[in-house]
Design a protein around this ligand. Sequence first.
Ligand SMILES: NC(=O)CC[C@H](N)C(=O)O
Length: 382
Amino acid sequence: MERTDSPALLVLEDGRFFRGSSFGAAGETFGEAVFSTGMTGYQETLTDPSYRRQIVVATAPQIGNTGWNDEDDESRRIWVAGFAVRDASRVTSNWRANRGLDEALREQGIVGISDIDTRALTRHLRERGSMRAGLSTTELDPDKLLERVLQQPPMVGANLVEEVTVGEPVVVPAVGERTHTVAAIDLGIKEMTPELMAARGIEVHVLPATTTLAQIEALNVDGVFFSNGPGDPATADEAVALLTDVLDSGLPYFGICFGNQIFGRALGFGTYKLKYGHRGLNVPVRDHRTGRVAITAQNHGFAVDAPLDRPTATPWGDAIVSHVCLNDDVVEGLELLDADGRIRAFSVQYHPEAAAGPHDSAYLFDRFIEVMDAHRSTGENA
Ligand SMILES: NC(=O)CC[C@H](N)C(=O)O
């Protein structure tokens, strides 16, 4: 691979290193090296708060062709700690683009590396697992950069919610007539999520992670949602405590990704770190209720440890694993059932908001509405 005159160096915590060219901002950065197999959607990936403190390796060999636009950001900024690609496209070609990817990275101070063998790097991470890494355009001695990598905190034990959650509540109004109101706890939410709810008549109150049940109830909501987010779910005790209160209150619940892990913990399950995680846009998942397999967008490094083959008794009723990854049997969804076997709370480990990714699972937003309607009619009959 041809390198430019401005060199960059990527060093993994086990000492393996890759020399390439500077791409995006110059400087030095550290994070967990993870690979994502999405062929498209790098703008959504880079602006997804769940990637906080991660150096993302794109397995797609050429990145940047469609540049950067003003519409596809999933949040207010780029969150990845760094970006590693094989070939950074020198040409931007898309009618919506108003700048190149390199320029967007530089504007936001995101350090990247190009012209490295991302296939070798990905195979290494698959074999050894995701691990800490350093990426630098200023320190080109692998031993010296490695010393600094080894001083960085690992992803296990990382509590990053505070770094990404909103400071103040934000209301996303329903499109057309408002039929429902939802409190969405922002653990690192992506903009597409409230938009998809709003498009279905839901007024969404995006709330800080420090919100209490009393504050949620004061909004007279029909249901509660917990978003995706960065870090180790085993550290998110406040979120687990809040969700426990929500379940005690009887309010319907829907969670995505981190929201699935928090739900798992509230139900009494543990979480654990996957070797190299699921990050991509084509992960097959089976929904036990419909029997259908959806191709899903995923971005998670941790997973819920729950039995696939039997219900688990919880203080609120039986919990079951509702969705399973067909690649490796990892838990991809949970349901809490009432005495009649109806869903009262549920979550998925993958991304029905699909930004970027396939829209196979958008039906889960409709399912949330059905669960809220069922809860409402029970309340009216009581
Ligand atoms: N996208 C997410 O919500 C990720 C959840 C969690 N940080 C994980 O890596 O598993």
